[in-house]
Design a protein around this ligand. Structure first.
Ligand SMILES: Nc1nc2c(c(=O)[nH]1)N(C=O)[C@@H](CNc1ccc(C(=O)N[C@@H](CCC(=O)O)C(=O)O)cc1)CN2
Ligand SMILES: Nc1ncnc2c1ncn2[C@@H]1O[C@H](COP(=O)(O)OP(=O)(O)OP(=O)(O)O)[C@@H](O)[C@H]1O
Length: 193
C-alpha cells in the first residue's frame, strides 16, 4: 500500500481517537499542559514561540500560551497563505483582536508584525516516538518547518493528548520530525532527530 493511503486510513482512526480523548479529558488537558510549561527546553529566554488557536477537539494550548507570555516569551500564531503554501507567523498576545479564516481558525490581524519563531507548537492527530506526526493533510507544518529550519535552528514541539501516541506514523521524505511532544503527562523527547 502507498504511504499516502496508509496516511489517509491512519487519519480516520486518529480523528476518532482524538474525539474520544477530548470527551474524556475536556478542559483539564489544557490545564495540565500549562502546568509543565516549556521548562524542559533550555535556554529559551526571550524566544519566539508560535502557538495555535485550537479548533474542534484539539487540545487547547491557550493556558500554556498565557503562562509563556508571563515568562517573557514573545508569542506568535500561524497565518495561512493558501493551499500548498507555508504558513507565516504573526505576533500575538492573549486578548488581541483576531480574524477568522478557513475552517474556523482564528488568526492575528494583518497589521501585526511577521516573526520567525524559534519554537513551534504543532497541532496533530497522531504522533510516534521518532517524532513523526499526522496532521489534517495540508502539509502546512511540514512546509513551514522546512522553511524555518533552512534559516535557523527551530524546535518543533507537538501538542497532544497522551492517547494520540501510536507505534509508527507512516512518513515520506518531506515530513519534518518533531523534537518533542508535550502531553498532559509531560514532555517526551523524540528519538528520530
Ligand atoms: N488549530 C489549528 N491551526 C492550524 C492547523 C491545525 O491543524 N490546527 N494547521 C495545520 O496544518 C494549519 C491549518 N490546516 C488545516 C488544514 C485542514 C483543515 C480541515 O479542516 N480540513 C477539512 C477538509 C478541507 C478540504 O479539503 O476542503 C477537514 O479535515 O474536514 C483544518 C486546518 C494552520 N493552523
Ligand atoms: N516541503 C514540502 N514540499 C512540497 N510538498 C509538501 C511538502 N510537505 C508536504 N507536502 C505535501 O503536502 C501534502 C500533505 O502532507 P502531510 O500528509 O504530511 O500533511 P500533514 O503533516 O498531515 O498536515 P499539516 O502539516 O497541514 O497538519 C502531501 O501530499 C505533500 O505532497
Amino acid at each position: 500500500m502507498q504511504t499516502s493511503d496508509e496516511k489517509r486510513e491512519e487519519r480516520t482512526r486518529a480523528l476518532a481517537r482524538r474525539a474520544d480523548a477530548f470527551a474524556v479529558h475536556g478542559p483539564t488537558a489544557g490545564e495540565r499542559l500549562a502546568a509543565h510549561g516549556l521548562d524542559f527546553l533550555s535556554p529559551t529566554e526571550g524566544a519566539i514561540v508560535s502557538g495555535f488557536a485550537a479548533i474542534r477537539d484539539e487540545i487547547d494550548p491557550a493556558l500554556l500560551l498565557a503562562r509563556l507570555q508571563g515568562e517573557g516569551y514573545q508569542l506568535a500564531l500561524p497565518v495561512m497563505q493558501g493551499k500548498g503554501k507555508a504558513l507565516l507567523f504573526r505576533a500575538w498576545a492573549p486578548g488581541d483582536e483576531m480574524g477568522k479564516v478557513q475552517w474556523g481558525i482564528a488568526e492575528p490581524l494583518p497589521d501585526k508584525p511577521q516573526l520567525e519563531p524559534d519554537i513551534v507548537l504543532v497541532p496533530l492527530l497522531a504522533f510516534d516516538e521518532a517524532g513523526y506526526r499526522l496532521g489534517y493533510g495540508g502539509g502546512f507544518y511540514d512546509r513551514s518547518l522546512e522553511q524555518l529550519r533552512a534559516v535557523k535552528p527551530v524546535i518543533a514541539v507537538g501538542i497532544a493528548y497522551d492517547e494520540l501516541k501510536v507505534d509508527a506514523v507512516p512518513h515520506l521524505h518531506y515530513d519534518q520530525p518533531l523534537d518533542w511532544v508535550l502531553t498532559p503527562s509531560g514532555p517526551l523527547r523524540c528519538s528520530g532527530t
